[in-house]
Design a binder for this molecule. Sequence first.
Ligand code: NDP
Length: 257
Amino acid sequence: YSIDLSGRVAFVTGASSGLGAQFARTLACAGAAVVLAARRVDQLKDLRARIEGDGGDAHVLPLDVTDLTSIRAAVAHAETEVGSIDILVNNAGVSSTQRLADVTEEDFDYVFDTNVKGAFFTAQEVARRMLARARGAAPGTFTGGRIINISSTAGLRTLPQIGPYAMSKAAVIHMTKAMAQEWGRYEINVNAICPGYIDTEINHLHWDTEQGRKLVQMLPRKRVGKPEDLDALIVLLASSESHFINGAVIQADDGFA
Ligand code: NDP
């Protein structure tokens, strides 16, 4: 059983590092043309070179998801230059660690502007175009859209000192369910992945601290995940094989949460 995404266009936000970079590589490997979007364009260009070196099709676009003008420009550009977006991986995200009593308005907005508002308006911009195609297409001819929102196990179960981050990721879960209800009938499936601990830039320094080492010992396999651990899941959710999976919140955490 193999999944082929040839002819599909995937738009990946936060593709400049970590999970987003790996999602993009994996989708390209499965045959999709991938649009790599984030603020650090140099890193996107390096990734494009790697994907092209492996025989894939990749395009670079600057994107700041906290800026609606930037979202609209990037999505419009992708559709003109690459093709209609079939798959959105809504992955861009930031974290912050403070005790709740110390959180400032600036800290709160930093996390919510990216993780919630940015993710919502990116999905809305892509979905509007998918909906227009779905409504305009002759019955049975729209091949469907896929939106994959990257939440976190923190959206299901919070821990001390990550309050605003956990709150933002819980919002992503509800956002996913709301979108799935409104858009599912148009063959636009919206699902959320809740990764557990994955070693990326967002938490890299943590694993070498005493607290980090203790945490690793509590994990079922006593190892932090790698971005590649989510390869099969992202390809499945991006594909037409996942037509009956809509509004799902999938934990990919090795059983920790
Ligand atoms: P990274 O820090 O490596 O990646 C975060 C990505 O988000 C970067 O590519 C960054 O790109 C992008 N980004 C941040 N702000 C913006 C913005 N304003 N506009 C556009 N892109 C932005 O961390 P991860 O790969 O780990 O994180 C990816 C997602 O996975 C996040 O949503 C995170 O919350 C989630 N997650 C991660 C877990 C983990 O353990 N690693 C666990 C659970 C969820 P740039 O700076 O170039 O703009």
